[in-house]
Design a protein around this ligand. Structure first.
Ligand code: GLY
Length: 407
């Protein structure tokens, strides 16, 4: 069957796909979205940390610039979503407290703080006593680290509910099917998508926002591929509501014997009350199964309670795992592909929620036919096509160059 012509088809309805649907529709385009299980991918697992400063790491200056660019846009972005949807999304610029468990963990926090300070970011050392004043649950082994005032959080599930209200209001048609392949015309322009049951969706523009599934989908395309791979993350959600305990949104990030751990305390929305506590996250290359392992639950609880022993009192609400869409340089793959009609918006890896604000802005520019600002240049989808891959240089022409022995 051939569906009536629409302006845009978006493949994927996670945070990035939902934003693409919204911004295309807001630009006056008719939009279809293909996703067999909307909103149930990486976005569903996300803890919702907006931690551009705290999560800055060595060797990622372009990503840091992009993350900070997005963090600056979050207050207006959150306000626009809440206003348009008429519902809250749990956005709080609550800051992040970093703490260590052993001296070596504190040293690790110090090295990161030096990097952050050299980048001009506000990071204040806190003594253990000050850390305890900020975080009453901090256990006897916790060592004060740093206070990062600019970082914050949002509730990714409420964010997605709000975006669903908005895209429904804009008449976005979400079809619960996966995309099987792209349709090309004789000039090599992408002119639509064939879905899993063989239906054709003819459009002027296709936006591929299918997370790590974007790689396999585009693998069949003769002229454009994206090196995006799954990196599995497991998280635990606790019910942090205790009698007489007033909920407060806050974030603790730290190292326990050199292993990173974060704990997001989230005052639940007015309707449900209470407090959700999200502990994350594991990281496993090239895994996309949805099994939460006993080892992961053990490791997350072991490290979280090493810093915050009081979490022992909380009930386990949920364990979740999903795969993040990762790229060879940890940067997203976002922009025009160079193939007429094909836009790529994937590879947001650990930063899908944080980068949402900048991604919405970039999509606006793409739909308006304008250039992206310089901060997005390192994320250009064509960066993996303009130079020979290692495999080509080695004289091997078969196989995807990003498939490494780490699989
Ligand atoms: N940004 C947190 C994570 O990927 O676990």
């Amino acid at each position: 069957m051939r569906h009536p012509h629409r302006d845009v088809v978006v493949i994927g309805y996670g945070i990035v796909g939902a934003l693409a649907c919204w911004r295309a529709a807001a630009a006056g385009q008719t939009v279809t979205c293909l996703d067999p299980e909307p909103g149930t991918g990486a976005t569903y697992a996300a803890a919702g940390m907006l931690a551009a400063v705290t999560e800055a790491d060595f060797g990622e200056p372009d990503l840091l610039r992009l993350n900070l660019h997005s963090a600056r846009r979050w207050p207006d972005f959150a306000a626009a979503i809440e206003r348009t949807a008429g519902t809250g999304i749990g956005y709080h610029r609550c800051g992040v407290l970093t703490v260590g468990y052993e001296r070596a963990d504190h040293d690790q926090l110090q090295r990161l703080a030096q990097l952050q300070q050299h980048s001009g970011l506000a990071v204040t050392p806190v003594t253990t006593e000050e850390a305890r004043a900020r975080e009453p649950m901090l256990g006897p082994r916790g060592i004060g680290g740093y206070w990062v005032p600019a970082d914050g959080q949002v509730d990714p599930r409420r964010l997605m509910q709000a975006l669903k209200i908005i895209t429904d209001d804009h008449g976005v048609r979400v079809v619960r099917r996966s995309a099987a392949q792209l349709m090309d015309d004789h000039d090599g322009r992408v002119v639509g998508v064939v879905d899993e049951i063989g239906d054709e969706h003819p459009v002027d523009r296709v936006v591929v926002a299918a997370g790590y599934a974007s790689g396999p989908l585009l693998a069949a395309h003769p002229r454009f591929q994206v090196p995006v791979r799954p990196v599995k993350g497991e998280l635990i959600r606790l019910d942090g509501g205790l009698p007489g305990w007033s909920p407060e949104s806050r974030i603790i990030r730290g190292f326990v014997q050199q292993r990173p751990i974060y704990v997001v305390f989230r005052a639940a929305d007015d309707r449900t009350g209470g407090q959700e506590v999200v502990i994350g996250a594991t990281s496993q290359e090239w895994a996309d199964d949805r099994q939460v392992t006993a080892g992961a639950v053990f490791a997350l609880l072991r490290d979280a309670r090493a810093l915050l022993p009081g979490i022992d009192e909380f009930a386990i609400k949920e364990t979740t795992t999903r795969a993040r869409p990762a790229t060879p340089d940890n940067l997203p793959i976002l922009g025009r592909s160079g193939i007429p009609g094909l836009v790529i918006a994937t590879g947001h890896y650990r930063n899908g929620i944080l980068l949402a604000a900048a991604t919405a802005e970039a999509l606006d520019l793409i739909f308006a036919g304008r250039e992206l600002p310089d901060v997005w240049k390192p994320a250009d989808p064509r960066r993996f096509h303009d130079q020979p891959s290692d495999h080509d240089q080695l004289g091997k022409s078969e196989g995807a160059p990003w498939v490494t022995t780490s699989r």
